[in-house]
Design a protein around this ligand. Structure first.
Ligand code: NDP
Length: 676
């Protein structure tokens, strides 16, 4: 096999390995298969390129345009998946591991693309939360907004997920409008390089939006400013070294960290052998031990079972693990491939020796196991190994030593409180799970363990068919954990995008806030429409454009008619005396839905026109009852416009109903789809 020269992509140029390059061995054969790194890389030029070319180009795009770009990248990578699969085998990963890394990474991009379109504006300023009332008369208001940082995101990734690890950071970064310099772990950087090449060659990204360092980053971190972000995944030791860089501390550079984690899984006290939960627990634990040969930041390292179930758990896990076929990951029959390198294997064996001082090995022998289709001595192969720690209270190392391979330790607990204490002794983890059919158990775990874990995964017979697995971080949910896990938080939908934006508290008048947010704020000037707004196309409508309707009196006949027609004969609308006894009503009142229906009758234009559909109604509040003899009128204002396709867009209307004394009786937001 010829040696792959893994290049960096710096300031628009592919730079081949040079002085200081490192050899990379195949996980399967142990032979050198690639080389990467070049100490002559001009890191300042890379930073300049990102800051002066990539950043401005990305910031010109709206959130929706960036979301479309991310979707196009995901589609493009999807079309080239096979090439990525083919090369990824060399990292020791099996085809099902590729599904996590490659398909999982692409899927994450799709979710961010979709969230960007649905949850972010088709503009450049993200509104974070609602308007804050800062004054009595509403002439001075507050609004938090997020705008993209003007610097560059440095993504330093671990070896275990060369594609997902990059894409899960890249998608939120690009959506924010910030360029990235990706530095994958050298051991598996040839896979990342291919994915970057595919994205660059697609021509979808603006120049400077994405650069790659294969090998070391030199003194890049010493050149960062408050506009840059470092997002790191890897070991706690490296994280500590990097985050204590004096320049990062002096400049207040954001540092998002995701590192070692002694994750745990709790078998609920109710989940006895023979129950669906017991079997599910065994399945989840063995899957987490063997997927990616246990090289997952979320893998279950500590297996917690009720004391009297420990033997059954060990027996069931051993049976399952004995069926795991270890071998060349290219073989279809292989269930577990190799660790990424012999260096990593040596590291895991060292950690296993440490664990062995406090726990007994009950399954798996690193000196005696079968490997199919590869040389056991040359490749970085290792069998799954299960330990039993009889005394988790006095043990220390089982709670702080992460053997980053197919290694877990079973521990018995006395009661649920004890299980929670043991789970929390990891001093902060990415995920803990509890397999239980008892909601009270789940609630106690959340209350007792929530503070120590970034994610709590609860599974049982009801959810097991559709559940996504203890070890899968989802783009919708936060991924990260306190303490030992790094204190970071990635993903979590738009939350993850905010790491790359600055939140700013904006204070000003309604008119000012409307203009900044491109969203009408009550109190801002209204503009009079040149024609009925329902006759105007999406592109013609302007924010603040307002229609004032005629007024309509509500009669007792209307109320009776509505009640009999709809069947809503609730006493407050029908029985004067009963309604009077109710503290909210002066006597019989009109139905809220009657008011909404009459409001529609007052503001619609009946003719066929650009309004295609009424798609919803948000934040409805009834503020004052309306009695027979009162009259209502409607104010309809264009609050926000969101392009959906080239053919139509969503218009959000602010609707206020007032009575004859100009008092508000109801308020809501109406959604319509309008043609362009
Ligand atoms: P490392 O911490 O060694 O490396 C992580 C990343 O940091 C790599 O890209 C590495 O690059 C880079 N790096 C290392 N030193 C520096 C430096 N001085 N300046 C800039 N970048 C640097 O972790 P590994 O990926 O090698 O994994 C080792 C251990 O980390 C595992 O055994 C496991 O315990 C833990 N880990 C934890 C994960 C988690 O999410 N919880 C995920 C993966 C690993 P390079 O490869 O070029 O050295």
């Amino acid at each position: 096999m010829s040696v792959i020269e893994v290049s960096s992509f710096a300031a628009g140029q592919w730079i081949e390995p040079g002085a200081g390059a490192r050899n990379i061995a195949s996980a399967i054969t142990g032979e050198v298969m690639a080389t990467a790194g070049n100490s002559a890389l001009d890191v300042q030029a890379m930073l300049d390129h990102a800051r002066t070319v990539g950043g401005p180009a990305l910031r010109k795009l709206t959130f929706h345009e960036r979301a479309k770009m991310i979707k196009a990248l995901a589609q493009h990578l999807g079309q080239h998946k096979q090439e990525l699969y083919d090369i990824s085998f060399e990292t020791g990963a099996t085809q099902s591991d590729h599904m996590i890394d490659i398909d999982g990474g692409i899927g994450t991009m799709f979710v961010f693309a979709s969230k960007g379109r649905r949850e972010m504006p088709d503009g450049n300023i993200y509104l974070d939360g609602d308007i804050e009332q800062l004054s009595r008369n509403g002439t001075f208001l507050g609004q938090h907004v997020c705008t993209p940082l003007h610097g560059v995101a440095i993504h330093i990734n671990a070896f275990n997920f060369p594609v997902w690890g990059m894409l899960e950071k890249l998608a939120p970064t690009l959506l924010a409008g910030v360029p990235a310099i990706v530095k994958p772990a050298t051991n598996s950087c040839y896979v990342t390089e291919l994915a970057v090449r595919l994205m660059i060659d697609s021509g979808i990204l603006p120049t400077g939006a994405l650069q790659l360092v294969s090998g070391g980053i030199g003194d890049m971190l010493d050149r960062l400013t408050c506009q840059d972000v470092v997002s790191f995944t890897g070991s706690a030791d490296t994280a500590l070294k990097l985050r204590s860089n004096p320049v990062l501390m002096r400049e207040g550079v954001r540092f998002v960290s995701e590192q070692d984690s002694l994750n745990s899984s709790i078998l609920g006290p109710d989940a006895v052998p023979g129950s669906p939960e017991f079997d599910l627990f065994v399945k989840e634990v063995s899957r987490e031990m063997t997927a990616k040969a246990g090289q997952k930041c979320t893998a279950i390292r500590r297996v917690l079972a009720p004391q009297d179930q420990v033997d059954s758990v060990i027996e069931a896990l051993s049976t399952r693990l004995s069926q795991v076929v270890i071998g060349n990951p290219r073989l279809e029959t292989t269930r577990m491939g190799a660790l990424v390198s012999n260096g990593q294997k040596a590291d895991v064996l060292e950690k296993v020796a440490i664990l062995g001082k406090e726990a007994e090995r009950v399954f798996g022998d690193p000196l005696n196991f079968q490997v199919d289709g590869a040389d056991r001595e040359k490749g970085a192969f290792m069998p799954p190994m299960l330990f039993h720690c009889a005394n988790p209270d006095t043990a220390e190392r089982v709670h702080d030593t992460e053997a980053f391979g197919p290694v877990s330790t079973v521990m018995g607990y006395r009661d649920l409180g004890h299980a929670i204490d043991i789970a929390n002794r990891g001093q902060g983890s990415l995920v803990t799970s509890v397999i239980t059919h008892d909601p009270a158990v789940a609630r106690d775990v959340v209350l007792g363990a929530g503070a120590y874990h970034g994610r709590i995964y609860i599974n049982n017979r009801d959810s097991m068919k559709e559940s996504t697995g203890h070890g899968s971080p989802l783009p919708h949910m936060v991924h990260g954990g306190p303490g030992r896990a790094g204190g970071g938080e990635e993903l979590g939908g738009v939350r993850g995008v905010k790491h790359y934006m600055q939140r700013t508290a904006i204070q000003g008048s309604p008119e000012i806030l409307s203009a900044i947010g491109e969203k009408w704020v009550p109190g801002a000037p209204e503009t009079k429409a040149p024609a009925h707004p329902f006759t105007r196309r999406f592109g013609e409508l302007s924010i603040g454009e307002t229609l004032h309707s005629a007024s309509r009196e509500i009669t007792l006949d209307d109320i009776e008619h509505f009640a009999n027609f709809t069947g809503d004969t609730f006493y407050a609308h029908m029985d004067d005396e009963a309604a009077e006894r109710n503290p909210f009503f002066p006597g019989r009142v009109a139905h809220g839905y009657l008011l909404l229906s009459f409001a529609a009758g007052l503001f619609v234009d009946p003719n066929e026109g650009p309004v295609l559909a009424n798609t919803g109604l948000d934040e409805l509040r009834f503020m004052k009852p309306v009695s027979a003899g009162d009259s209502i009128k409607v104010r309809l204002t264009v609050k926000k416009k969101t392009r959906r396709t080239d053919a139509y867009g969503e218009v959000r209307w602010h609707v206020t109903l007032t009575n004859q004394d100009d008092e508000k009786v109801a308020e809501y937001e109406l959604l319509t789809m309008n043609a362009y």
